[in-house]
Design a protein around this ligand. Structure first.
Ligand code: PEP
Ligand code: MN
Length: 339
């Protein structure tokens, strides 16, 4: 970290700051220019917040952080990229994992119809939410624990791996009994208590980007899960809120490239919640593959027009099959195997 003092900052102000730096366990190195003093601060600043805590010292003009605030997620701190293996499906390595399924678990008939659609088309992992964090409390809120039970039945009867969102710290401990992969939804990306609980699980966690989260905030949310002991974190870019209102959100494809560059964790893309419209899904899936994503999380429903939630962005059986066939052809060109 570099601290630039104001021109002609008095020695007493500099000394007071130096004392604080040393007290914090860091080493200050002074460079005395004609006009100003610049202090190089050496030490592990990840657990400190000098921008907030030291800024109150008089005489400071600017504090510049060089070190990144994340550690466990950072590529620099890992011997190799993280690959998460699960019953022959691998996130973060050669596989391009295509997860699909309905937005919500709506009931036995619907969830089994969805599962058989997926099995017929060769899918290995199904998504479906039992807990629905809806924008309006008057909309369908999900079946809760009953939904989890249905997912466990689907898993038993079809052999599909099942993935679902957990919205509440109280439900985290139920997850291993019912599902294979858990998800932190966008609205909960900033819920540090939930992230810490997810860190106690031995299940892969798909961490979705918050509605307006910066990349730094996104990585710091992963850091919470990693720090609590769970190394199986998968980033999911799902679009962010921008000035553009034509789509539900704007898919930040740069995030895929940047996260793969900056961290060692797998990155997948949810084009459905980014687009809000099934028209855009095939192209966004291709973009995700080309950008280097490790997989997709796509909403698909046996009868989208009857879906309890997000029907407009859900693919029907035919379109789902078309997208899958397209990606199966393209994946090997990017060194990937479609799963
Ligand atoms: C979902 O995937 O079911 C969902 C609610 O998406 P998001 O958290 O990205 O809004
Ligand atoms: Mn949805």
């Amino acid at each position: 970290m570099i601290i630039v003092m104001q021109p002609k900052a008095p020695k007493a102000q500099i000394d007071a700051l130096l004392e604080r730096i040393v007290k914090s366990g860091c080493k200050p190195y002074l460079t005395q220019g004609v006009e100003r003093t610049v202090i190089n601060v050496l030490g592990d600043l990840r657990t400190l917040e000098p921008e907030r805590d030291w800024a109150a010292f008089p005489g400071i003009e600017q504090i510049l952080r060089i070190q990144k605030p994340y550690k466990l997620a950072s590529k620099e701190h890992a011997a190799q990229r993280t690959a998460i293996e699960l019953d022959g499906v691998c996130f973060g390595d050669r596989d391009f994992v295509f997860i699909a399924g309905p937005c919500s678990v709506e009931g036995r008939t619907q969830v089994f119809e969805a599962a058989s659609m997926l099995v017929q088309q060769g899918f290995k992992v199904m998504r479906a939410s039992a807990f629905k964090p809806r924008t309006s409390p008057y909309e369908f809120q999900g079946l809760g624990k009953e939904g989890l039970k249905l997912l466990r039945e689907v898993k038993k009867q079809t052999g599909l791996l099942v993935e679902t969102e957990i919205t509440d710290v109280r439900a985290v401990e139920w997850a291993p009994e019912y599902v294979d992969i858990v998800r932190v939804g966008s609205r909960n990306m900033h819920n540090s208590e939930l992230l810490k609980e997810m860190g106690k699980l031995d299940l892969p966690v798909i961490l979705k980007r918050g509605l307006s989260a910066t990349i730094k905030e996104f990585i710091m949310a992963a850091e919470y899960i990693l720090k609590s002991g769970n190394s199986k974190v998968i980033f999911c870019e799902r679009g962010i809120r921008t000035y553009e209102t034509t789509y539900r959100n704007t898919l930040d494809i740069s995030a895929v490239i940047f996260l793969k560059h900056e961290t060692h964790l797998p990155v997948i893309v949810d084009p459905s919640h980014a687009a809000g419209n099934r028209l855009l899904i095939p192209g966004l899936c291709r973009a995700a593959l080309a950008a280097g994503a490790d997989g997709l999380l796509v909403e698909a429903h046996p009868k989208p027009e009857q879906a309890f939630s997000d029907g407009a962005q859900s693919l029907g059986p035919e379109q789902l099959a078309e997208v899958r066939a397209d990606l199966a052809t393209l994946a090997p060109h990017f060194g990937r195997r479609l799963v």
